[in-house]
Design a protein around this ligand. Structure first.
Ligand code: NAD
Length: 494
């Protein structure tokens, strides 16, 4: 991914800059990474290959801004974030185009999911924190009488590190609670998708957010992300990304006693019971497996179906998946765009081969798609694999692309064991028309979220996160309030 000066379409790639103390700065080492447009393969952006020197400058700016920002009234912090949200709404089309060109997803997905949700994140935390920042109180009424209350105080400079699948959506999910609770931050977006984070910095300036409150260093994980995690002036790290990276970050942050929030990988199952509304289950599982090219941590990658309805399910499901159109992200008819990178496309396709090697059958898809006019783009057909057992690698490992495995089960206990039989515990969905069965099965599933007869219905006031190797901690409100503040008890003897 080393930057060169030429592009495949002859136009000069746009060069991004870090955002430090309210100004756009070139990387200290003067080096850049080439970022291709996944739908064409063309070299579209040069992003700073930041190093520890850039991180030091960004952390220093955030540290200098902290004393004033942490004492800025909540109403003012809220006003500024809502101003950024307004600007994002006004620029929604430009952001959706940029997100799609950078990530490969259809513009219609960016325009209906990523950008509106980024705006909602800003509004949600800007208003939630206005109304519920206080901690609880208590009175001792024994021989010693005292009144105690909890103060919630901002922690300092936060490292906010995000992945490439929902770039602005996931970054604003961290920025908004971080800033509303009075912290300042240094963000490190994914090196694969830096563009909308860069554009967001312009909006923060336009909104009048003081310099240093939010800083952005671009670049890869080792040279930019890791120095940020290691920095002695960064007491809290909020990370969303892969489980292996999360373990590495934890190994650095834990001995330094940093506050750590980890949102990691998943291997989410859908359980289709015999009494499910099959048509609704089929329609939703098409979406849950292939939305955003299957590149959402919550996507369904294992579908476990009661044997009595398995044949009907697979027939309807395959027919529906075959209707999905893979095509240029700019085409409103495209259901799936390109995968984020060539390297990721190869990884996804390698799992199709692994599935075949392990005795699985590819019912549909399983190959790269050559889109006319976009021959160098990273497109993969939506893929259904059947015939795999619970221990198969495609049933165990996160593929994070448009591949889902469908298998029958004989009784519900078997389905639960299968569902729980991975190192992950992010999300699951459950399909049944029996409300009592739904509650009983939901209670047995090891996951941060269980959706019943739906998928990815998000209530931002609910705690979001994973169990087991899917993460540590929860995001949302009030979970993010707890993460981004320290509790202090003040006890007054009466
Ligand atoms: P990744 O772990 O490779 O990278 C995530 C971020 O971490 C990037 O910004 C990267 O540059 C940075 N990074 C990498 N190594 C680092 C290091 N040593 N120190 C500090 N930072 C480092 O993940 P990815 O490939 O960008 O994203 C895909 C993964 O993210 C999948 O596993 C997916 O399940 C997960 N994800 C989880 C959630 C969730 O909410 N649980 C949401 C979206 C994605």
């Amino acid at each position: 991914m080393d930057s060169t000066t030429t592009t495949t379409n002859g136009t000069a790639p746009r060069r991004l800059a870090n955002f430090i103390n309210g100004a756009f700065e070139p990387p200290a080492a003067g080096q850049y990474l080439a970022s291709p447009n996944p739908s064409t393969g063309a070299h579209a952006l040069d992003i700073p290959r930041s190093t520890a020197a850039d991180v030091d400058a960004a952390v220093a700016a955030a540290k200098a801004a902290f004393p004033t920002w942490s004492k800025t009234p909540r109403a003012e912090r809220s006003r500024l974030l809502l101003r950024v949200a307004d600007l994002l709404r006004d620029n929604a089309d430009r952001f959706a185009q940029a997100e799609s060109a950078d990530q490969g997803k259809p513009v219609k997905v960016a325009a209906t999911l990523d950008i509106p949700r980024a705006e909602q994140n800003l509004r949600f935390f800007a208003t939630a924190a206005q109304h519920s920042m206080g901690g609880h109180t208590s009175e001792l009424d024994g021989p010693v009488q005292a009144f105690s209350y909890v103060r919630r105080e901002p922690v300092g400079v936060a490292a906010l590190i995000s992945p490439w699948n929902l770039p602005l959506y996931l970054l604003t999910w961290k920025i908004a609670p971080c800033l509303m609770t009075g912290n300042t931050c240094v963000c490190k977006p994914s090196e694969f998708t830096s563009h909308t984070a860069y554009l967001l910095c312009e909006l923060f300036n336009q909104a009048g957010v003081p310099p240093g409150v939010i800083n952005m260093v671009f670049g890869d994980g080792i040279n930019a992300g890791q120095p940020l995690v290691q920095h002695k002036d960064v007491p809290l790290v909020s990370f969303t990304g892969g489980t292996v990276t999360g373990a590495r970050i934890a190994s650095i942050a834990a001995p330094m006693f940093k506050k750590l929030s980890l949102e990691l990988g998943g291997k989410n199952a859908a359980i289709i019971c015999a009494d499910a509304d099959l048509d609704r289950a089929v329609a939703t599982c098409v979406r849950s497996a292939f939305y955003n090219q299957g590149e959402i941590c919550l996507c369904t990658s294992r579908i476990l179906v009661a044997r009595s309805v398995y044949d009907e399910f697979i027939l309807k499901y395959t027919a529906a998946v075959k209707q999905l159109r893979v095509g240029p992200p700019t085409d409103p008819e495209s259901d799936l765009g390109a995968l984020v990178s060539e390297q990721h496309m190869k990884k996804v396709l390698s799992y199709v081969q692994i599935a075949k090697d392990e005795g699985g059958a590819v019912v549909t898809g399983g190959h790269r798609v050559h889109v006319p006019g976009h021959e160098h783009g990273f497109y993969v057909a939506p893929t259904i694999v059947t015939g795999l057992g619970p221990q198969a690698r495609c049933m165990q490992e996160e593929i994070f692309g448009p591949v889902t495995c469908v298998s029958p089960f004989d009784d519900e206990q078997e389905a639960i064991e299968w569902c729980n039989n991975t190192v992950y515990g992010l999300a699951a969905s459950l399909w049944t028309e029996n409300v009592s069965r739904a509650h009983k099965l939901a209670a047995q599933i090891h996951a941060g979220t269980v959706w019943v007869n739906c998928w990815m219905v998000r209530d931002l006031t609910m705690p979001f996160g994973g169990s087991k190797q899917s993460g540590v901690g929860r995001e949302g409100w009030p979970s993010s309030l707890e993460f981004f503040t320290e509790e202090k008890v003040v006890c007054v003897k009466l």
